[in-house]
Ligand binder design. Structure first.
Ligand code: SAM
Length: 445
């Protein structure tokens, strides 16, 4: 059996690439936790994407899809697969659970309303008004917002926000909103990088002037929109549906057997909370005003991938549903048993045992929906990492492939792209394994 430099054997069927046995995708140019800072459209807002558009383009090129095909993504996020598909001349349909992020993806994939020079003119007018306006009252802002910026910066951000909100019925409204939302982390005076916002830890803002940074962001948007002319095709349609991709009705906008390929990056089983990760933007814009509202409204359509989302009832139901999936269902249940035992050994153990069944049942439903919309022979690429909560190794990509095999897919490739989580390797209290991000290629039968 092949081995890599980790403490565990390579899971059955996994191919190790090249001499150093790991292939670092040429994506994101230095990206660590999200979309590229420089690629067109990616740069509109940094989101933990799994891959950047240059890598998604590379993949789409290698999948040999038919000309002007339909590409789908059940975990659309900020729309990286969508923008890459459009650039390659394909239509796109994606489902994204996070309402704010679904709005961003849909915006990036919109046909441009008009000449973006108008966007620039409007932005400059708003910037002028924000800087000359009487200083606004910031005392009613959310605690996280107040703690994240120095008062002068926050006053300018709030001025801009209020001016933009007043333009809600105008066609450039969402572009202005997102240029401002993306400016927040650039000008914050506390740690606000991914994955978590740390309002207790001060830092030097990356950019001092929020207004000029906002205008810079608007200018990038205008450049990217203008560039769309190059690959505009009247017959292409790109759509994003906000909702849960495990629900078949969220796929009803496209017919069964209508899609030619899928490139996606599902949430990893690593306790990363996509709602919490965007707390700063949600609070600043006023979409949510409390943690409970965020859980109810932002997280509600997401699959369970964190212990915070888990519940006894959902886990019990999922255990029953797992029985539909034969040997792989039993394997997932066994892992959940091991995790339950590990939790019992700890004073305040986390409920990974409740996350696991719920997560994989949702993945199975999503793979089932994908199988319905893909044409026979279509490829589906999943980029996903494995995990090892409490040292119990969960071969997430391998288990997904096994579930796929029950739902009309054949596993064609399973390749390690890069090692990750190195800092935990060898740490007995965390993961005593070398984790990896993998590329899984399934083929619709
Ligand atoms: C790794 S990210 C994918 C990011 C994406 N590649 C991009 O371009 O930004 C996973 C995404 O899946 C979304 N998600 C989680 N559960 C979902 C579900 N049941 N249906 C649809 N989207 C879901 C999360 O909100 C998150 O945005």
């Amino acid at each position: 059996m092949l081995t890599n430099d980790s403490h565990r054997p390579v899971p059955e069927g996994v191919v190790l690439q090249e001499e150093q046995q790991v292939h670092e995708p040429s994506s994101g140019r230095g990206r660590r936790h999200g979309t590229s800072r420089s690629e067109p459209f990616d740069r509109w807002f940094r989101y933990p994407a799994g891959f950047a558009s240059d890598y998604a383009s590379l993949l789409l090129g290698e999948l040999q899809l038919p000309t002007a095909g339909l590409v789908v993504d059940p975990f659309t996020g900020s729309g990286v697969t969508g923008t890459a598909a459009r650039r390659a001349g394909h239509s796109f349909f994606g489902v994204e659970a996070h309402p704010l992020i679904a709005e961003l993806a849909a915006l990036k994939l919109r046909r441009s309303p008009r000449d973006p020079s108008e966007l620039l003119v409007t932005a400059r007018e708003l910037a002028q008004q924000a800087t000359t306006k009487m200083r606004v009252d910031i005392s009613g802002e959310a605690d996280l917002t107040l703690r994240s910026f120095d008062p002068e910066t926050l006053a300018l951000l709030v001025s801009l926000r209020d001016l933009i909100r007043a333009k809600q019925d105008q066609e450039w409204y969402l572009y202005l909103k997102w240029a401002l939302l993306a400016t927040l982390r650039d000008v914050a005076s506390v740690r606000v990088g991914w994955p978590y916002q740390r309002p207790g830890t001060q830092r030097q803002p990356t950019f001092a002037d929020p207004v000029s940074r906002f205008l810079q962001r608007v200018a990038w948007m205008a450049d990217d929109i203008r560039d769309l002319e190059k690959y505009k095709s009247a017959s292409l349609t790109c759509r994003v549906k906000q909702g849960d991709s495990a629900e078949s009705e969220n796929w009803s906008d496209i017919g069964n057997g209508s899609a030619h390929g899928c490139v996606t990056s599902p949430p990893y089983l690593n306790n990363f909370d996509y709602a919490d990760a965007t707390r700063l933007e949600l609070y600043f814009w006023g979409d949510v005003t409390s943690w409970s509202q965020m859980c109810a409204e932002v997280r509600s359509d997401m699959l369970t991938a964190t212990t915070q989302q888990s519940s006894v009832g959902a886990a019990r139901d999922a255990r029953i549903s797992l029985q539909e999936y034969g040997a792989v269902g039993a394997q997932i249940s066994e892992l959940a048993d091991q995790l339950q035992k590990e939790r019992g050994n700890r004073a305040r153990g986390k409920e990974y045992d409740r996350v696991l069944p719920d997560y994989f049942v949702a993945i199975a439903r999503i793979l089932g929906n994908l199988a319905s919309v893909l044409v026979p022979g279509a490829p589906a690429v999943l980029l996903v990492g494995d995990s090892a909560p409490y040292g119990v190794y969960v071969d997430t990509p391998g288990l997904m492939a096994k579930l796929g095999a029950q739902l009309g897919f054949t596993l064609e490739k399973d390749v390690i792209l890069r090692h990750r989580g190195k800092r935990w390797a060898g740490n007995a209290t965390r993961h005593n394994v070398q984790l990896a991000e993998r590329f899984v290629l399934l083929r619709r039968e």
